[in-house]
Ligand binder design. Structure first.
Ligand SMILES: Cc1ncc(C[n+]2csc(CCOP(=O)(O)OP(=O)(O)O)c2C)c(N)n1
Ligand SMILES: [Mg+2]
Length: 396
């Protein structure tokens, strides 16, 4: 099917006929698509405990995400990029990674980082301006999670380079599944048009670097719809570089988990890079600075709300006999996590202005020292003038 859009009636390739790996339908029924067949043994091996963990991950991050959005509205944060709607894509892929793998997030992967051990408060610190990086990626408690990257697509180059290094160092593709490492990098539909992403794919493919390119197609790059990004399905971009690529229903956590497991296992075992396009939807605003009512209709949002990944997994678990107590406990755990984050956020205090000078160069630099001293004098001048105002008020 083709359709026409925009000035000049540009012919585009429809994305509707591209095979999609899907295991659960929108009502949570087990209804695998033809493309899901090969993944069924893996899916059937997922334990009840793992399924319940997926659900707990998803509801906890939803509550944290709502809390962080509220904190921004209440003046506690400069910005928050909501992840609502993308929980299944993120939980499935993050739970598929092994401890030794390295994660390169973009800026919306809140549950990916949480699963790896990063404290959500570290993201809050970044969004409040009290930290310029967020967390220490070399600290073992952060599970090999590199920093959030706001320069679109640049993390794909970091990931491909790191993965090439794994090969050079003999840390991947040795045939030892317990020790071999891979890399998974997250990026968006908009970022997929960045030159960096294409260069990263060339290097990963040429050097058979163990990189899994995980594209979350959430249909929007701020106000630009995905239809404008590409005339072919995004999954074909990576395929064009010779990288085996699959398209998955990103709102189906089981499908996301299965395709990510296979892609990571293959990358780790020396078969080269893999790519996944997870088709999902950003239910919230791009960030708290954005107003999506300016560029998309509520009918579109409502149609995607019906495909909410949490509702889908909940229905599946209920059909399998999960107890009401389990769901109540998961909700309570999520509320506690969000409340704890709020309490710790409001205790953070204001950002220190001096910090912006501290990490410009690794060594002291006279120009930076001079600027830092100027800023301190400038700040002090307000105290001096308010003291003077106090004295003059006292004289009157
Ligand atoms: C190199 C670069 N260009 C532009 C921007 C401004 N910008 C920030 S987010 C964004 C849209 C990204 O969309 P997408 O890649 O689909 O990710 P999403 O926000 O939907 O998760 C843009 C254009 C940027 N951060 N970096
Ligand atoms: Mg997007």
């Amino acid at each position: 099917m083709t359709w026409h859009a925009g000035a000049g009636s540009v012919e585009r390739v429809s994305t509707s006929e591209t095979p999609l790996v899907r295991v659960l339908d929108a009502d949570g029924r087990f209804a695998p698509s033809a493309a899901a067949e090969q993944y069924l043994p893996l899916i059937e091996a997922i334990s009840d405990a793992e399924l319940e963990q997926f659900y707990r991950d998803m509801v906890s991050i939803r509550a944290i995400d709502v809390q962080a959005t509220n904190l921004q509205r209440q003046g506690q944060l400069a910005l928050w990029p909501p992840s609502r709607g993308q929980e299944a894509a993120q939980v499935g892929s993050a739970r598929a990674a092994r401890a030794q793998d390295t994660i390169f997030p973009s800026y919306r992967e809140h549950v990916v980082t949480r699963i790896r051990g990063v404290d959500p408060l570290d993201i809050i610190k970044l969004m409040r301006g009290v930290s310029h990086g967020g967390w220490d990626p070399t600290d073992p408690k952060n599970g090999n999670t590199r920093l959030y990257t706001l320069v679109l697509g640049s993390q794909t180059l970091h990931a491909a380079g790191y993965a090439m290094g794994l090969n050079f160092d003999g840390r991947s593709g040795t045939g030892d599944p317990e020790r071999d490492e891979a890399v998974i990098v997250y990026y968006g539909d908009g970022a997929s048009s960045q030159g960096d992403v294409h260069e990263a794919m060339v290097f990963a493919a040429s050097y058979q670097a163990p990189t899994v390119f995980f594209l979350q197609n959430n249909h929007w790059a701020i106000s630009v719809p995905v239809e404008t990004q590409s005339r072919v399905p995004l999954v074909e971009r990576s395929a064009g570089y010779g990288i085996p690529s699959v398209r998955v229903d990103g709102n189906d956590v089981l499908a996301s988990y299965a395709v990510s497991r296979v892609a990571l296992d293959e990358a780790r075992s020396g078969l080269g890079p893999r790519a996944i396009e997870a088709v999902t939807y950003r239910l919230g605003a791009h960030t708290t600075s954005d107003d999506p009512t300016k560029y998309r209709g509520s009918d579109e949002e409502e149609s995607w709300a019906l495909r909410d990944p949490i509702v889908r997994l909940r229905a599946f678990l209920e059909n399998r006999g999960a107890s009401g107590q389990f769901f109540a406990d998961a909700d309570a755990e999520a509320a506690d996590a969000a409340e704890d984050l709020r309490a710790r956020t409001v205790e953070l205090g204001p950002p220190s202005p001096d910090k912006m000078f501290d990490f410009v160069y690794s060594d002291p630099h006279p120009l930076i020292d001079e600027q830092k001293a100027w800023r301190a004098r400038y700040e002090a001048s307000f105290e001096a003038s308010s003291e003077a105002a106090g004295h003059s008020a006292g004289r009157n």
